[in-house]
Design a protein. Structure first.
Length: 95
């Protein structure tokens, strides 16, 4: 089964699809404030706990909903990067 997964991941067709998908996605180049960037950085420390990350970044208690709404795209981009970096190792642990 491990060989099948390796073949699938190295398939030229799949790789081309992945590259094309990645290249067609446009990320916003939004300039974050220091506090917003600290929030994104704190997501690593808190293992993705949005409420705790907001508090560590210096936002007032209970304001994490507004922070999440304002940084929705950046949070999704961050989560996508984490998944992209972690998925291959996690997949091989399953087989």
């Amino acid at each position: 089964m491990k060989n099948n997964l390796t073949k699938l991941l190295t398939s030229p067709i799949l790789l081309k699809m992945m590259v094309n998908t990645y290249l067609t996605q446009q990320k916003r180049n939004k300039t974050l404030t220091e506090k917003q960037q600290k929030f994104i950085d704190c997501l690593v420390v808190t293992n993705g706990d949005l409420k705790q990350a907001a508090e560590l970044a210096g936002y007032s208690n209970g304001s994490h909903y507004q922070v999440i709404k304002a940084l929705k795209t950046e949070i999704i981009d961050f989560a996508t990067d984490v998944l992209a970096n972690s998925a291959p190792e996690a997949a091989f642990k399953l087989v």
